[in-house]
Design a protein around this ligand. Structure first.
Ligand SMILES: Cc1cc2nc3c(=O)[nH]c(=O)nc-3n(C[C@H](O)[C@H](O)[C@H](O)COP(=O)(O)O)c2cc1C
Length: 225
């Protein structure tokens, strides 16, 4: 894949063909992803490839209730688990279908990614709003895993449902002390490839000098021009 395509066409894939992905391929993907940036270059990541079907099921089953809540809130027209809204889900129906959870045994690769909290400088941990900066030391790595997979003709999706049930899966995963689960990443050969991703244009989110400034157009002159 060309670098442009990699950035513009690495979409989320949740269903996979039966093509197996070897440990050597997973190793190669992680070998690329390890070049991701992290605060102070502390590389706080740990990765477990979940092979044992019973461990996979235990971990993924624990996220079913999170999925049920997610669907209920989405159907309400709200952003799931949003801290500004903060309203709990209403009208939760148990056992909503989810291709990843329901077909977990058929997913070629399931990676659990954790971050060593001792290695993270959480710059905005004391903020009165939701702290964000700590995640920036682990999620670029997660995204690099998906880019590295995409480059090899594979695909997948990063999911964070597991972070809401960390306590109930920590033991089965052997999660070390002072580590936080960041994501479950599912990888395989996508059943379908998305060629065009739906994303907002630059003009909708980029401005000059201030967030309420004029839009950053592609024909705007720079100060040095
Ligand atoms: C932080 C984060 C959390 C996500 N969590 C989930 C998840 O729990 N389950 C899921 O199916 N997809 C999850 N996704 C995937 C997004 O839904 C997906 O990237 C987004 O809808 C764009 O999809 P597209 O690239 O196919 O257009 C997550 C993505 C990110 C970046």
């Amino acid at each position: 894949m060309e670098p442009d395509d990699l950035l513009r066409a690495t979409g989320a894939s949740r269903t996979f063909t039966e093509r197996r992905v070897s440990d050597a391929e997973i190793h190669a993907i992680l070998d690329d992803a390890r070049f991701a940036p992290s605060g102070g270059n502390r590389q706080p990541w740990r990765v477990v490839s979940l092979r044992d079907p019973s461990i996979r099921s235990t971990v993924v089953d624990a996220t079913r209730s999170v999925w049920d809540d997610y669907v209920a809130i989405t159907e309400d027209g709200r952003v799931p688990f949003n801290v500004v809204d903060g309203e709990p889900p209403h009208d939760v129906q148990v056992g909503r279908p989810n291709p990843l959870i329901d077909g977990i045994e058929r997913v070629p690769v399931v990676l659990a990614v954790a971050a060593n909290l001792r290695e993270i400088a959480a710059m905005d941990a004391g903020a009165e709003r939701l702290p964000l900066a700590a995640g920036a030391s682990i999620y670029p790595f997660c995204w690099s895993i998906l880019l590295a997979a995409s480059r090899r003709g594979l695909g997948g999706v990063l999911t964070t449902f597991v972070t809401r049930v960390e306590g109930s899966v920590a033991e089965v995963l052997g999660l070390p002390e002072h580590h936080a689960l960041a994501a479950l990443i599912f990888i395989g050969e996508p059943e379908r490839r998305v060629s065009k991703l739906s994303r907002r244009p630059v003009s909708s989110f980029a401005t000059i000098d201030r967030f309420d400034g004029s839009p950053l157009d592609d024909d705007h002159g720079s100060l040095l021009a």
